[in-house]
Every structure is written in C-alpha cells, then in structure tokens.
Design a protein around this ligand. Structure first.
Ligand code: F6R
Length: 606
C-alpha cells in the first residue's frame, strides 16, 4: 500500500503535494511526510497519523521548493511513528517507497559495515543509503540501475537528490506508478487519482521500468537502463465523484449510490432492443472454455464465491474459486481450457496481480473484472469486464461488491446462454428481471431507522454470527467482514448448516446472530438452523424477502424484509441491510468509517 506523489515544477509544490496526499490517504494513513528541495537543501517534514496532522504540525505554506516528493504510509517494517514515516533521507538523497524490500536485512548489514548510520526501523531506509553508496562510484543513472538490481521485493519509488534541483526519479517493480504531464510541471504518483486534479494525461510505468521526471521533460528507461518510448493516455476526468457531497462519509454515499451502480452496469452490458447481453470482443470461442477459476481477495473473493453458486446453478461448467494469496503459491494444475477470472475493485491488489501474472506466464486465458480500468490487473489481462461503479473511496467495499456481482452474474448468463444451458426464453426473462434491480435496491435502501436501532446490540455484544445457505452464504461472509472491519466487533460468517459441527458452541444467551433466509430453495433448511440458535439463546435478526407467508418461528428478535425478486437476484438485496448495519455500528462507536484502523483501500503489498 502507501501512496507516493512527486512534483517537478517552476513554482512551489508543497500545496499540490498536500492535496495529492489527501487523495492518496485511502492507500495508507499511519503517517505522512514531504521532502522538497530548495537552496541546495532537502527540507523534510513528517508526522505520525493523517495528513491533517502534518498540516497542523508544520507551516507547510512556507515550505519552499519547486520540486518535492510526498508519502502516506501503511506500516510494514517499523511501527507507525514520525521516525519511520517517509521520506527517508541521507545527506544527499531522499526517497519515498511503496512496497517491501525483502533483502533489507542483508543490505542493511552491508551498508552499516560501510559506515552508514540508520535512523528508522524501515526497509525503505536501505534504499536511501544504497543509492548514496552507489553514487560514490557511479553517475546518477548508472547508480539507479545498479541500486534497483540490488533490491529484492516490490517497490514504487520516488527519489530526489540534493544536488539535482530539477529532477525526480521514479521506479516500479510490482507496485504501481504513473507519470502525469502538466503545464510547466510534471508529476509522479501511485495512481491517476492522485494526479487527477492536476492532469488527465498519464503514462503508466511497466514492471522493471524507471523514469526521470523534470518540469519540462519525462524520460523512461527499461531494467537495463535503455531508453523506451511510452504512450500518453488521456483519462476522462470526473472530479465530482471524488466528493462526499452532503454525506457524512464516503461509505454512506457509496451505499446510497448502488441503484446507480447497477443502472450503469445494466446500461453498459444489456442491449435493451435485442434483449441481449453485450459482451463483445470476447477473445475465445465458447467451446474453448470448459471450466472457470475465479480469484480475488476479501470482498472480491466473496464476489467469486457468489459467482460460483450462480455458475453451478445455471451452467455445467466446472468452477473453482481461490483466495489470491493462496493461489499464487500453490502448485496449480494449469489447464488450457480453463478461464481464469480476476476480481478486483482497485485492479492493483498485489496478491491478485501476482496470481494473474502467474497465469499469464503459463499462457492461460485471463479475464479481469475490475473497477479501475487503467489498473495493472486490467492492463495485463487478456480481456476486461469493467464494473463501471465510479471511484470507491471508502476503504470498506460496498458499491464495488454489488458492481462485481452484477458483472459476474451477467457473465454467467451469457456463458450459460452461449453453451445452450439457458434457453432463450429463460435468458430473456432473467435479463428483464435484472432491469428491475435498481428500483428494488432503492426500496431496500429505505430500511434505515430500523437498522440504526438494531446496530447497538451488535456493538454491545462480545461477538456475532452471520448465517446463510446457498446463494445467501457469500453474503453472510460479506456481512461479517463489513461489521468486523468497520466496528472492530468480532463477527463470523458461516454456512448455516455448519453450525452444529462446532460453532454452535459459541451460541449463548443474547449473542446477536444474523440469519439470511430469503424464500428460496434453502429457506426451510435455514429456518431450522435459525431455530437451533434461538433455542440456545441467540438474539436473531432475520433478513428475508417480502412474502404473504408468515415466517413460522417464535422468538425472532427482529426481522427485516427486503423486496421480492427471483432467487438469483436476492443476494443483491440481502447485502444492503448488512452494509448499513456495519455503517451504523461504526457510526455509533465514533470510529473512522472511511478509514478503519490498520487497513488501506489498495493493498499493494503481499
Ligand atoms: C473489504 C475490502 C477488501 C477488498 C480487498 C481486495 O471491504 O474492501 O477486502 O475487497 O482488499 O481489494 P480489491 O478489490 O481492490 O482487489
């Protein structure tokens, strides 16, 4: 994780660096820092905590320098404090880093033996001293190439030099890095989002490349130090979507935006006139795909699990799903007729990218379901299915989850239809049903006061459980993840039928248990499991769909009824109350909803 910014300009840069750091805070918020160059000196300021702290602790308006680098940190090596905050500097070099240097212990020993004195506990500081050491014997570009070769692990770097008042070096291996072009100034940033308020002209560095950024020129080099030419992309700019508007938090806004997320997805993928799904330029013949593996992390993994249930219900394809951090190190049996689908909001998650890279190296068929279409995962996949949900800023994924499962459901329908496993009439009926989803989500969003009232019970309990079967099981996992990451309350998602094999022992008087039991094929079985927990004292919040049939069970603590739709689409609606439950629990506790502790939005370290 961590966010990097660098600006080389003909005017003071500190204000723009601060603005960009605020945008980058979704990548890490343990500490923040800036280094500028002026009058042959490196001016370094850093603080523990948020960018606001940095602003409060220093007079940044008077921080001189037309060139500078900045950083927001998500701690890996060394506790989050101002000493371990980036930039890290020697007498002549200052560095910001995103990633992990795996051989830092060995390099540190070598550098200490050569007289270098370390101030921090970070792996990053070895880079500073290594460059300083290499500059003793080599010119700048050679010293950089040499240093990069000595580093093992992943990095995106921004480097300034005391005696080079006009240039920033950027380097990328594993962690993303972009260059932006402005009037009389150029930029370096972890992503286009950090640069968007200054430019929409962007070049992404490829793995192994480095660049020299001056105010009037940018040069790119490959791993061998040979100059390369790169394309400039023009991004569409929509600053408005980065604004909270009247909402208290981005998460609240993003939850409420979900009808639009789904509407946009439907508009992009459904051809209304022909009642057809537009997945065009699919690069393989349908007969070439005999099985599917879906890979992701966290919430994106839950989307993969959701897709597995749909694929098994609606097609005869063999389906596997995997957590990216496991997949990348397992002895995988790669199969030519398997489609590998990578699901990611950011498109930069290190483990998911590594899993994709592994598949690419084995010449597999790769497809990305991503939100950020300029991301590394999108760029390096054979085929991309964008989520189209706009920027998601809140660290906890909400609208991106719904966007991911929408695109995956659409893919499932298309595959099933092309494989003659879904009849034309059924296919068109499912497309018609899908079009009603935005309105159903809007109505489900109206459950608000009831969820607010319920949320305190979850905060006061020592733990909680989320149970579901079949299509509702991935949503139970997602609901538990949302609650634990936002309100720091232990929450466990479980298949309802598994409770009796162990977890039932956790049930005691008053423990809140969310039971997802829509009236689908699993309804009766789930209700039986619900009765088992009620019998042992659980306080059950039942989430079901509207029906004329009453739920036959006593002692249910609270019930929320979502709208009615076909079984496939119920998971979309069941998700909404769970997102709100997590939001209101965290709100009542006064926690930082958009930036929960210890987390970051884009997980670019493994
Ligand atoms: C949880 C959450 C994370 C992400 C995970 C993968 O609310 O947001 O679990 O889903 O870190 O991130 P992406 O989707 O960017 O690959």
């Amino acid at each position: 994780m961590c966010g990097i910014i660098g600006i080389s300009s003909n005017k003071p840069v500190s204000a723009n660096i601060i603005n960009s750091l605020k945008k980058l805070e979704y990548r890490g918020y343990d500490s923040a820092g800036i280094a500028t160059l002026s009058n042959g000196e490196i001016n370094e300021v850093k603080s523990e905590g948020r960018v606001d702290n940095l602003e409060n602790n220093f007079d940044l308006k008077n921080l001189k320098g037309n060139i500078g680098i900045g950083h927001v940190r998500w701690a890996t090596h060394g506790i989050p404090n101002s000493v371990n905050a980036h930039p890290h500097s020697s007498h002549n070099v200052s560095v910001v880093h995103n990633g992990i240097i795996e051989n830092s212990t060995i390099l540190k020993k070598y550098l200490i033996n050569n007289g270098h004195i370390f101030k921090s506990q970070t792996d990053t500081e070895v880079i500073v001293h290594l460059i300083t050491e290499n500059l003793k014997t080599s010119e700048l570009e050679e010293a950089i190439t040499k240093t990069l070769k000595q580093l093992h692990g992943s990095f995106a770097l921004g480097i300034v030099f005391k005696d080079k008042p006009d240039l920033i070096i950027g380097a990328r291996r594993g962690s993303p890095l972009a260059v932006g072009y402005g009037p009389n100034e150029n930029y370096l940033g972890s992503d286009s989002y950090a640069l968007k308020s200054m430019t929409n002209k962007i070049t992404y560095l490829d793995d192994g490349e480095f660049c020299v950024v001056k105010k009037d020129q940018v040069l790119f080099f490959n791993e061998q130090g040979i100059k390369v030419n790169k394309k400039i992309l023009e991004l569409s700019s929509n600053e408005a979507s980065y604004d909270k508007g009247d909402y208290k938090h981005f998460m609240a806004k993003e939850i409420e935006e979900q009808p639009t997320t789904i509407k946009t997805g439907i508009k992009e993928y459904i051809d209304n006139f022909n009642k057809e799904i537009n997945i065009i330029n699919f690069p393989w013949e349908i007969e070439e795909i005999k099985s599917i593996t879906l890979i992701g992390c966290g919430t994106a993994y839950h989307s993969c699990l959701m897709a597995k249930y749909w694929l098994e219900e609606l097609t005869t394809l063999d389906v596997n799903i995997d957590i990216a951090s496991e997949f990348r190190y397992r002895k995988n049996r790669f199969k030519k007729d398997n489609l590998y689908v990578f699901v990611s909001q950011s498109g930069e998650t290190a483990d998911t990218y590594a899993a994709l890279d592994l598949c690419n190296k084995n010449s597999m068929k790769t497809c990305a379901v991503v939100n950020v279409i300029e991301s590394s995962i999108a760029r390096d996949s054979n085929f991309v299915l964008p989520i189209h949900c706009g920027p998601e800023i809140g660290v906890a994924s909400t609208k991106a989850f719904l966007g991911q499962i929408l695109v995956l459901y659409i893919l499932v329908l298309k595959l099933g239809f092309l494989r003659n496993e879904i009849s034309k009439s059924k296919y068109q009926k499912k497309i018609e049903d899908l079009k009603t989803l935005p309105v159903l989500i809007e109505k489900t969003l109206q459950h608000d006061n009831d969820i607010q009232a319920i949320s305190s019970t979850f905060n006061d309990a020592k733990g909680s459980m989320f149970l579901g079967r079949g299509f509702s099981y991935p949503i139970a996992l997602e609901g538990a993840l949302k609650l634990k990451e936002l309100s720091y309350v232990h929450a466990e998602g479980y298949p309802a039928g598994e409770m009796k094999h162990g977890p039932l022992a956790l049930i005691e008087e008053g423990i809140p248990v969310v039971v997802l039991a829509p009236r689908d094929n699993y309804y009766k079985k789930t209700i039986s499991n619900m009765q088992e927990v009620i019998a042992r004292g659980a306080k059950v919040l039942l989430i079901t769909n509207k029906s004329t049939d009453e739920v036959v069970s006593e002692n249910i603590w609270e019930t929320i009824e979502v709208e009615n739709t076909n079984d496939d689409l119920l998971p979309f609606l069941l998700t909404i109350p769970l997102q709100k439950l997590a939001y209101y629990s965290a709100l009542k506790k006064g926690y930082d909803i958009d930036k929960p502790r210890n987390l970051a939005k884009s997980v670019t370290v493994e």
